[in-house]
Write a protein that binds this ligand. Sequence first.
Ligand code: KIV
Ligand code: ZN
Length: 512
Amino acid sequence: MKQDNIIIFDTTLRDGEQSPGASMNIEEKLRIATQLERLNVDVMEAGFPIASEGDFEAVKKIAQTVKNCQVAGLSRASNMDIDRAWEALKYAGERGRIHTFIATSDIHMKYKLKMSEQEVLDAAVAAVKRAKSYTPNVEFSPEDATRTRLPFLAQVVQAAIEAGATTVNIPDTVGYTIPTEYAEIIRYLKANVSNIDQAIISVHCHNDLGLAVANSLAAVQAGARQVECTINGIGERAGNCSLEEVVMTLRTRQDILPYATRAVTEQITPASKLLSTITGLLIQPNKAIVGANAFAHEAGIHQHGVLMDKSTYEIMTPESVGLNQNKLVLGKHSGRHAFIDRLKHLGYDLSREEVDKAFTRFKALADMKKEIFDEDLDAIIADEVLRVPETYKLQQMNVSSGSFAAPTATVSMEIEGKNKKTAVIGDGPVDATFKAIKKLTKSKAPLLNFSVGAITGGTDAQGECTVRLQSEDGREVLGQGAHPDIIVASAKAYINALNKIAGNQKRIKADL
Ligand code: KIV
Ligand code: ZN
């Protein structure tokens, strides 16, 4: 049977980065981009170049570095945005795609744009023409398409294709549609836009009603040939269509979805973990494909069936998504080669200097803990390699607490090259520690959330803490820390969040 190809357009670095707390620096974005390249997505949307100097530099760097995927940059329908987008994208040459958009729903035109239908139509055409003057690879999106009057949607799409758009994206911007309705919209466009066969129809779904994947697949069945999605489904509000769910559904249900993608599905788990480690956004355990429980069989009857024949309860293999269940455990006597091998298997491609740092930390951990699991290695890499530049460094800390003593934390830190130390009493060991760090760093960022977990099983497991702070500009920032001592892990998470805020502030200053 002839299989139609579905273009996987990943927008983790653009729409995904709009998740609260998910902002990434250039180096982090580049790491994700490299992993997306291994995953073999067709197009990666690297950012919104006009949004900030940092976004511009990230898109430029990715356009310069990535070789096997197209690189897209977002722009509003204005000359300034489009020129700026191409300035960053031009390094990708023919693989550079300008993605320009303008809202077309009555609600958006009236309240947000304050423009008439004719003005929006003219702006869309002008934007596509401008983009086309730079590159043949132009995508146009009528934002809030699913709440747009269908005849107007068809008119705008027709005009955008006439002006040169090679991809027309139909966004469900507010996650409002349902599968049957969305498929109907795609069919309507196929029937009412006379030049529709000159462009690829793309779909872009948000997950506000939990339907982003179902909607995207319904649209594919109706004729869409590009799906926009993000790793782990991250994105604004309830997120975007999840890449791993769409790709694995297409792979698993070939019987009724005879479509192919180029995705190397074994790279899904490394991509998912890397993103979670970098952003600090944890994955819910029951998340399809990449959740910790996605391939776990707890009930006795299921375990029995799987032991007899895996197909009884497994519709896809863990290996097909890059989850190796025969975890190799490292220990105190494991050498550098075994260590590097394991890191490579987990998807980490590190420089010599990064390996040195991580290996030293590995040896220190192996002295405290008998067995080192993959999850421990992820935490080491997060701590030693993926760390944002450290304005604040934890040097030493000591905490005394118990049912009898007033919890006291003594913390010493290096702050912009100077050593500082303080001792503070708190309501508990974590409270005392956070108060001490706050005092030393003079931070005013309110603490929104603090959570503690264990990375692996056993009482010698490393504690993993997440701290969510609010920075001055109202943005949420996530920090993570891991250590066999849970209070030290808390301190590391708190300081990691403070370093992210300091990094953002430096970037904002550089933009001004
Ligand atoms: O959700 C949306 O409408 C978007 C567009 C910019 C494509 O992200
Ligand atoms: Zn979106």
